[in-house]
Design a protein around this ligand. Structure first.
Ligand code: SF4
Length: 322
C-alpha cells in the first residue's frame, strides 16, 4: 500500500463513518475503525494485515497503514514478498506520514469499557469481575455446543455457566480448550469447578487469552482433534525461525502418530518427542508462536492421559463409544 492508497483508504473511511476526527474536541487526532484479514488463525488469537508477516493484530494493522507490507528481500513462492519474522512490537509510535503524531490500537473491549465507565461512573468497572481481574470480556464459545456464539461475561464467571449460555454441550464435555489454539485444555472432570479467571485456569496452564472457548464433546477423540490443531499450527508460520522450521513439524508429526497409528511401532517414542520438542522450541522464536504451540501440545498430553494409554495399546476410547 503506497501513500496514495493509504490516503484513499482513510478518505473512504471518512465517507463511510469509519474514521472519526476531532475526538473529544481535540485537534489533529483521528480514530480508524478497521477490520484486518490475516494469515494466522483467529482461533489462535492472532491475525494481521495480509502479508505483514508474524505480528499481532494491532501491530499488523498499524504497519499496514504505514505502508510496511512485511516483505523481505526475496520473493515467496506465490510471487509476493516473502514474509519475515518481526521483533516484538515496539511501544514507540510508528513512523509514517499518515501517523506522524503516533498511534495506538486499543481493543474494542477497551473502548466498550471506556463507554460503560463514562455511562455508569468509575465505580462500575471494579464492581464486575474479580478483585484481581475486574471487568468483563468477550467469550467466543464454539465446538460441541448447541448455540455457538459470542457472550460478554465477567472475569471469574463459572465455565459451566458459559457453556450453558451457548446452549449447553451437545454430547457431554470431555474437555474445553481455553484461550484458542495457543491455549490449553481443561479436562472434563475439572470443568465444573473452573472459572474464567487467571487463578482458576493457571493450574491447567491456561488463561482467558483472546476469550476463545472450544468445547470438545465425549464422542470425539481428543488426540485426533489435538493432532489436527497441532498440524495446523505447524503450518502457520513464515518458517523463518528454527523452532518453526524444525521443531513444530516434528511435534505435530509425533502427535499425529499418536492419534492415528495406535498399537503400531509408529507410536513408539511419540510422547517423548512431544515432550522434548515442547521444551526445545520455547522462547527460541522471534515471536511467541512456538511457545503457544508448545503450551497447547503439552496440555494435550496432560488432558488426554487415558486416551494416550488407549492409543498406545491400539484402542481408542472415542471409537469404542460409537
Ligand atoms: S517464531 Fe515462527 S511464527 Fe514466529 S516469526 Fe519465527 S518463524 Fe515466524
Amino acid at each position: 500500500m503506497d501513500q496514495r492508497d493509504r490516503n484513499l483508504t482513510i478518505a473512504r473511511g471518512l465517507r463511510r463513518g469509519l474514521v472519526a476526527t476531532g475526538i473529544i474536541g481535540s485537534v489533529g487526532f483521528a480514530a480508524v475503525a478497521a477490520v484486518s484479514t490475516g494469515s494466522t488463525s483467529p482461533a489462535a488469537g492472532g491475525s494481521g494485515t495480509a502479508h505483514v508477516g508474524a505480528t499481532g493484530r494491532g501491530t499488523g494493522l498499524l504497519r499496514g497503514l504505514t505502508g510496511d507490507d512485511g516483505g523481505g528481500e526475496r520473493s515467496g513462492d506465490d510471487g509476493r514478498p516473502a514474509r519475515r519474522p518481526r521483533p516484538r512490537p515496539p511501544s514507540a509510535p510508528l513512523p509514517g506520514p499518515s501517523l506522524q503524531l503516533g498511534s495506538g490500537s486499543p481493543q474494542v473491549e477497551t473502548l466498550a469499557h471506556v463507554a460503560l465507565v463514562a455511562r455508569f461512573g468509575p465505580g462500575w468497572f471494579p464492581s464486575v469481575g474479580t478483585p484481581e481481574q475486574p471487568g468483563t470480556f468477550l467469550a467466543t464459545v464454539s465446538g460441541d455446543v448447541e448455540a455457538p456464539g459470542v457472550h460478554e461475561v465477567e472475569y471469574g464467571a463459572p465455565l459451566p455457566e458459559l457453556i450453558a449460555a451457548a446452549g449447553g454441550a451437545t454430547s457431554g464435555v470431555q474437555a474445553v480448550l481455553i484461550g484458542g489454539f495457543h491455549g490449553a485444555w481443561v479436562p472434563g472432570p475439572s470443568v465444573p469447578s473452573t472459572t474464567m479467571s487467571a487463578a482458576s485456569l493457571a493450574p491447567h496452564g491456561a488463561s482467558v487469552g483472546a476469550g476463545v472457548v472450544l468445547v470438545l464433546g465425549n464422542d470425539r477423540c481428543g488426540l485426533r482433534e489435538s493432532a489436527g490443531i497441532a498440524s495446523y499450527l505447524a503450518e502457520q508460520s513464515a518458517g523463518q525461525c528454527g523452532p518453526c522450521f524444525f521443531g513444530l513439524p516434528m511435534l505435530a508429526e509425533a502427535l499425529a502418530r499418536l492419534a492415528h497409528h495406535g498399537g503400531t511401532s509408529a507410536v513408539d517414542g511419540a510422547v517423548d518427542v512431544v515432550v522434548r520438542m515442547t521444551t526445545l522450541v520455547r522462547g527460541r522464536g522471534a515471536c511467541k508462536h512456538p511457545d503457544g504451540t508448545a503450551r497447547f501440545s503439552i496440555s494435550t498430553l496432560r488432558a488426554f492421559t487415558d486416551d494416550i494409554a488407549a492409543h498406545l495399546g491400539g484402542g481408542c476410547r472415542a471409537a469404542a463409544a460409537h
